[in-house]
Design a protein around this ligand. Structure first.
Ligand SMILES: Nc1nc2c(c(=O)[nH]1)N[C@H]1C(S)=C(S)[C@@H](COP(=O)(O)OP(=O)(O)OC[C@H]3O[C@@H](n4cnc5c(=O)[nH]c(N)nc54)[C@H](O)[C@@H]3O)O[C@H]1N2
Ligand SMILES: Nc1nc2c(c(=O)[nH]1)N[C@H]1C(S)=C(S)[C@@H](COP(=O)(O)OP(=O)(O)OC[C@H]3O[C@@H](n4cnc5c(=O)[nH]c(N)nc54)[C@H](O)[C@@H]3O)O[C@H]1N2
Ligand code: SF4
Ligand SMILES: [Mo]
Length: 855
């Protein structure tokens, strides 16, 4: 038994390079229960991050009582992290929404029934469709946390039923840049690499990715290599001293801590060093890429000394990082929010792809790029087109792709929105603000906490002329603003599939009934389609599905011949063993571990998902220009000059604010805040200051500080931490509400308040997004959540040390100064070590490559 709050990654199972990752089965059950007390184990995978760990849900007396990792799963070999163990299920017995709510005549949300609630939704929908604006009055803002079947149904409703281009997900805030960078470099979304590259890599580069806290099981996989024979060298690019950064120092790699907002300068410097030192695989570059000359010219000025000036990192560290990349035979790179949530997000992420292309490090074991996802099902939002893209990675600018979908759905191609790029989330919110979008259906996301510049978002949600539907399992900060609240069944209460970062598809079975009258998102979308009487071009019902499996079968057809080919998969195949990575088809019946072994990329004009963009301006290329490039299956080496972030520290606002996560919470805490163990470990927000900055400001550990940007402020306790000078970090998890219940250490706050009309949430302000800005990357349109200029002042004494965990990046600079974060007896977790590793994957699954359709 271990305490997995205190010991986040669990017991090491070290192993040498090229050998299978050993199995360790983690399980956590309600206090007092043993595995023998469990009635049923129901197959699923964890939905608290993009890692997608295979797990079984423990059911006793019709209730979920715990969770256990699946030994046979290729993703996790039995392991689970703290969120999976303590946060994935305990919420299912707390304050769930059990009935629909509607706003009554006096403006108060009151309990109702499905007929009334859906009646209001349909009535408003019909009224607005009948106006001149038609479908352009409608927008859907969904999630990276529903199931594949739910997204596909939503996409068909929006694109074939109503015909609105205004569809996107919170995936815009999350990993829109992953998709964008993959499209720009390789022609289509889809991860080239695999988690199994960890077993083979000589070096692991993490760019703006705190994997130790955000994909803890993948990090355990890296640690098991680091602690084994032939360990890889780790390189971390992060302004904070994360556990990843510590590993970089410990393995002889390097921790580069650039000033937030300067990634592109650093990346241009790394590319330049690799070229200047002759570390380029010229044969690979000649045969498989386009754009070398432009890239070399663009990076020319970025000597290590110039990088040192702009990024404030030592020039020798830039040289060392480039040397590790340039001289390692097998490099695995991962990229996440430190890169994606910035003003040159796609440009910087493409430079990671460029480094791999320049050295020919793709399509071989140990040579992967993981343009990471964050949310568990974000891959499906993108694949299915619930984010506005066309389903199956089709190109909205390619009439043949549009025709394929119109044929599949039996609708007129003119119905399918393709006359302009899909509307991205930030623009959807702008249209709501301007009053052209008047019907906003929000599912599986909590924008009143997670979007930038919350004062503005509140004023949009409060608009009289905006009809807001919120579909969630809880009465969130956002739900308080809704005209109609629809109670959703959550994970474990419904069936469906989803796909993780390395394309692995899992089936999640229904373990228990949802509470009260809550319904699955799929049932709600299908109900809407039926009540709206959506028809195809022959006048037949557009949608006839009734079960998730029927939707899955229809989705398979939609992917036929596309890079994300699901045609060889079935629910049956996903039962009993491991998840399976796509493409899965006649050529690869067991799935495909890594892409592009043959160096052929889906860049052919008839195949590609996008004709690409100028990375600096975001201007898009048209079909003619793209065809003239004659990509013919070659990848693009895309270049971009560095430009400074939209806001830099100045006299009045002398610090850079950056925001992000802690290991114990997931986003706005609707699930993890309802877990005793997790909420105790990180009960409230804080601000991390460097030792020198705190000294100058006269701030001691735990003192309240006021952190203020031109847009808003928070007042939170200070952690004297280990970040770089001039940078303040605030976690973004903490909205206005705390969960009612027995969590010791809860901050006082008005649980019932909010949305009352005066525009400001109740209690002491602590939500990071009060301060962030409405700016985005020109290509991916992902908002800039990692940089804002702020001032910091001491606001008063605190009540002891800051509520920041000591186990991770938020550890105090002086390790003895704060009591360690532990879980206590109710965090006890069992670890079982199986003698035999899981069977090696079938040949197809680890086979060399996916054939690239059509190229
Ligand atoms: N525990 C936990 N795990 C999660 C989640 C969660 O909420 N909690 N959410 C999931 C989701 S949806 C996502 S998207 C992922 C996110 O996973 P990550 O991207 O790993 O998480 P973040 O903390 O947002 O940001 C990562 C790091 O970026 C650094 N950073 C900030 N500014 C810059 C910069 O300008 N340059 C560079 N190079 N680095 C910078 C921060 O210091 C931070 O350590 O996590 C997933 N996993
Ligand atoms: N400052 C700052 N802001 C950020 C970030 C940052 O790093 N810094 N990160 C951004 C990122 S990467 C992300 S992903 C977003 C996350 O932001 P949000 O998506 O707003 O955060 P969540 O708390 O995950 O909200 C998901 C909601 O869906 C509900 N839900 C869960 N499962 C289901 C389901 O099956 N059906 C339905 N209908 N509802 C469900 C949950 O109860 C919850 O209310 O935040 C973004 N905002
Ligand atoms: S690593 Fe992610 S998917 Fe795995 S248990 Fe943790 S939260 Fe769940
Ligand atoms: Mo995310």
């Amino acid at each position: 038994m271990t305490d997995r709050i205190a010991d986040v990654w669990g017991t090491r199972t070290p192993h040498p390079r090229g050998t299978p990752w050993p199995v360790r089965v983690d399980s956590h059950l309600d206090a007092g229960l043993a595995e023998a007390d469990v009635d049923r184990w129901v197959q699923s995978a964890c939905v608290l991050c993009s890692n997608g760990c295979g797990c079984d849900i423990a059911v006793r007396d019709g209730r979920v009582v715990g969770v256990r990792g699946r030994a046979a799963d290729v993703v996790n070999h039995g392991r689970l992290g703290p969120k999976g163990l303590y946060g994935s299920w305990q919420w299912n017995r707390t304050d769930r929404l059990t009935r629909p709510l509607v706003r009554d005549a006096s403006g108060v949300l009151v309990e109702s029934d499905w007929d009334t609630a859906m009646g209001r939704v349909v009535q408003r929908s019909r009224e607005l469709l009948a106006t001149d604006a038609g479908a352009l009055s409608h927008a859907f803002y969904t999630s990276g946390q529903l199931f594949l079947e739910e997204y596909y149904a939503l996409a068909v409703v929006g694109k074939a039923g109503l015909g609105t281009p205004h569809m996107d997900g919170n995936t815009r805030l999350c990993t829109a840049t992953a998709a964008a960078a993959l499209k720009e470099s390789f022609g289509s979304d889809g991860q080239p690499g695999s988690y199994s590259d960890v077993e083979h890599a000589d070096a692991v580069f993490l760019y703006g990715h705190n994997m130790a806290e955000t994909q803890t099981v993948l990090w355990a996989r890296v640690l098991d290599r680091v602690h084994g024979a032939d360990p890889p060298v780790v390189v971390a690019v992060d302004p904070r001293t994360t556990k990843v950064a510590e590993a970089a120092t410990a393995t002889g790699g390097v921790h580069l801590a650039p000033v937030p907002g300067t990634n592109q300068a650093l990346m241009n410097g790394l590319v330049r060093e690799v070229v200047a030192n002759g570390w380029v695989d010229e044969e690979y570059v000649r045969r498989h890429t386009l754009g070398l000359d432009d890239l070399v010219a663009t990076v020319e000025e970025w000597t290590p000394e110039r990088v040192a000036e702009v990024c404030d990192v030592p020039a020798r560290d830039v040289r060392r990082a480039a040397e590790v990349f340039g001289t390692s035979e097998r490099v695995l790179s991962t990229v996440l929010q430190g890169f994606y949530q910035s003003h040159q997000a796609t440009a910087a992420s493409c430079q990671v792809n460029n480094l791999h292309l320049l050295r020919g490090l793709l399509g071989r074991p140990g040579c992967g790029v993981l343009q990471m996802n964050g949310q568990p099902t974000a891959q499906n939002t993108r694949e299915c087109g619930a984010d506005g893209d066309l389903p199956g990675f089709r190109n909205w600018d390619n009439p043949e792709h549009v025709r394929q979908l119109a044929d599949l759905w039996n609708v007129d191609p003119l119905v399918v929105p393709h006359w302009s790029p899909p509307t991205h989330a930030m623009q959807i919110w702008r249209y709501c603000e301007q009053g052209s979008v008047r019907f906003l259906w929000i599912s599986g996301t909590n924008p009143a906490v997670s979007l930038p510049e919350l004062g503005r978002i509140r004023s949009i949600l409060e608009r009289e002329d905006l009809f807001v539907v919120v579909q969630d399992g809880f009465l969130t900060e956002t739900a308080r603003y809704a005209d109609v609240v629809l109670p959703a069944a959550l994970w474990g209460e419904k069936q469906g599939t989803f796909t993780n970062v390395n394309r692995t598809v899992h089936l999640s079975e229904k373990a228990v009934d949802p509470p009260g009258e809550a319904r699955s998102d799929l049932d709600v979308f299908l109900d809407y389609a039926q009540r709206m009487d959506l028809r195809d071009r022959d006048g037949d019902p557009l949608i006839t599905w009734t079960t998730p499996e029927e939707v899955f079968e229809a989705w398979k057809e939609c992917t036929r011949g596309r890079p994300c080919d699901y045609t060889g998969l079935s629910y049956e195949q996903l039962r009993g063993g491991s998840g399976v990575p796509w493409p899965v088809n006649a050529d690869a019946p067991e799935g495909t571990d890594r892409l592009y072994a043959d160096g052929v990329f889906p860049t052919d004009p008839d195949v590609c998902e996008s004709y690409g963009h100028d990375l600096v301006t975001g201007g898009s290329l048209d079909e003619r220009t793209y065809r003239a490039l004659e990509p013919a299956g070659r990848a693009f080496l895309k270049a971009a000059a560095f430009s400074p972030p939209p806001e830099t520290p100045s006299g009045e606002f002398p610090f850079v604010l950056t925001t992000g996560r802690t290991v114990y919470h997931f986003h706005t805490r609707t699930k993890t805040g309802r877990s005793r163990q997790l909420q105790r470990a990180a009960p409230d927000a804080w601000a991390e200051l460097s030792v020198a900055d705190a000294g100058r400001l006269g701030v001691a550990e735990g003192d309240l500080v006021r952190v203020e940007s031109p847009r808003g402020h928070v007042v939170v306790p200070a952690r004297i931490g280990r970040g770089r000078d001039g940078v303040v970090f605030v976690p973004f998890h903490f909205g206005w509400f705390d969960v009612p219940g027995d969590v010791p250490g809860d901050v006082p706050g008005d649980v019932s308040g909010g949305g009352s009309g005066d525009g400001s949430p109740p209690g002491r302000p602590r939500t990071a997004n009060e301060m962030t800005m409405t700016e985005w990357d020109p290509v991916s349109k992902q908002p800039v959540l990692k940089v804002a200029a702020v001032r910091v002042v001491r606001a008063g004494p605190g009540e002891g040390p800051a509520p920041a965990p000591t186990t991770t990046a938020s550890a105090p600079a002086d390790p003895g100064s704060v009591p360690p974060t532990t879980g206590g007896p109710d965090a006890a977790t069992s670890e079982r070590f199986d003698a035999a590793p899981p069977p090696p994957p079938a040949p197809g699954r680890c086979g060399p490559s996916a054939s690239t359709p059509g190229s």
